[in-house]
Design a binder for this molecule. Structure first.
Ligand code: MLT
Length: 410
């Protein structure tokens, strides 16, 4: 008999996005005539093709693999030096991060989940609410929580409510946390944290000996020059933070897969005997044991994001998606709905029309307008009464979504 990890049995129904896909499929099968009209603004998946600089680099990588002289087998698990160095030069210049503190991977979803491998039991885990569900579910799987209540909140997690009053940026808690998940620009609310707010978090982490897990997958969408892109822009963060970055949303790599984790060698945790151990050392060991590196053509392609041509093309992509976000914000504002985000992030976070819950709004949008959104309550109980619209789409589709929203809600 093989015993299972019973923590999985505590998980609530399905993971949010497969659950949405299931409902959309059911609707399409029941209403085949309407299916072609469906516009998907649910999952934050890019729609525009890869930048030409990326495509050319990937072709070159494939060509190298096709020739005996340039063929490559296993690469370094932590990533090729050319990519790690390009990341440092173009994303962390002047922030004291070195190439061997970068760990290239195949995605931030995996990284933010896998990071729990290096932490022990009994940590107090602080999670904002609403939140990217991966942080919660991976802690449930790891046995770091009790059961969920009827609102989906798990016993044992320290929830930090984010709401219109605090601008969807959680204040530091009154009590002690050991691991803190922060995501800025935020998924799902599109909120950004100011330098002062991040300074408060770093101060808290240093004073209480906590670790900040900082998800910066959407940093490329920041338009306001005063907003930090990296937690390492904050003094002291090198002692208490790990950062997650991705090529998914800037370079359009959701289907290509490439991301990285930044772990300064100065961040430590405590072993059972009370000694301090660098988290870098643990993650390096974990990465080499459980991962064999992102593929060579993919890493070549990722490095091309930082070429002059690549930077221009990525800026154009970001401009396109942020143009969509502006249109969506305007349409929802015109309808008199409370609108957040969408200014430094590709997500617009909107209050539901009076009397509708998040899932009511999801169903109404799907059934009456054939538009897929994400119900705010799917990100946590504090998301109830909100819905998220993803700005990842063609301009034509976004204009059509705005028209349908106005017809539906007005
Ligand atoms: C989202 O829609 O929240 C994102 O696409 C999820 C992800 O990046 O995994």
């Amino acid at each position: 008999m093989a015993a299972i990890n019973s923590n999985f049995l505590k998980l609530k129904a399905g993971y949010l996005f497969p659950e949405i896909a299931r409902r959309v499929k059911a609707y399409s099968e029941a209403n085949p005539a309407m299916a072609p009209r469906i516009i998907r603004c649910g999952i934050g998946d890019v729609t525009e093709p890869l930048p030409p600089a990326v495509v050319n680099a990937m072709h070159e990588g494939v060509e190298e693999m096709a020739n005996r002289e340039t063929f490559k087998g296993y690469g370094p698990e932590q990533g090729y030096e050319f990519l790690r160095q390009a990341i440092v030069d173009h994303q962390f210049a002047g922030l004291g991060i070195s190439a061997d503190e970068i760990f290239v991977s195949d995605g931030s979803k995996c990284d933010t989940g896998n990071i729990l491998d290096i932490f022990g039991k009994g940590n107090v885990i602080a999670i904002t609410d609403p939140v990217y569900p991966v942080y919660v579910d991976t802690n449930v799987m790891a046995g770091n929580t009790g059961a969920a209540d009827d609102k989906g909140a798990y016993a044992g997690l320290l929830y930090l409510p984010c709401n219109a009053e605090n601008g969807f940026v959680a204040a530091v808690p009154e009590t002690k946390a050991d691991l803190i998940y922060l995501c800025f620009p935020n998924n799902p609310t599109g909120a950004v944290a100011t330098r002062a707010q991040l300074e408060a978090w770093v101060r808290y982490a240093r004073e209480t000996d906590a670790i900040i897990l900082f998800d910066a997958a959407y940093e490329a969408f920041i338009q306001d020059p005063a907003i930090p892109h990296s937690i390492f822009e904050i003094e002291g963060a090198r002692d208490c933070a790990i950062e997650f970055r991705s090529f998914s949303k800037n370079g359009g790599f959701t289907g290509v897969r490439c991301a990285y984790v930044v772990i300064p060698k100065t961040v430590t945790g405590q072993a059972e005997d009370g000694s301090r151990v660098p988290l870098h050392q643990l993650w390096s060991r974990r990465h080499s044991t459980k991962f064999n590196g992102a593929s060579y053509p993919v890493q070549k392609a990722a490095a091309a994001v930082f070429s002059e041509q690549g930077k221009q093309e990525v800026a154009a992509l970001i401009g396109h998606y942020m143009g969509n976000a502006t249109l969506l914000r305007e349409a929802c504002t015109e309808l008199g709905l409370p609108v957040f985000g969408g200014e430094n992030a590709p997500y617009v976070w909107v209050g539901c029309p009076a009397g509708l819950s998040s899932w009511d709004m999801f169903d109404k949008m799907l059934n009456e307008a054939q538009v897929v959104i994400t119900p705010g309550s799917g990100f946590g109980s504090a998301g109830e009464g909100y819905f998220r619209i993803s700005a990842f789409n063609s301009r034509e589709n976004v204009r059509e979504v705005c028209r349908r929203l106005k017809a539906l809600v007005a």
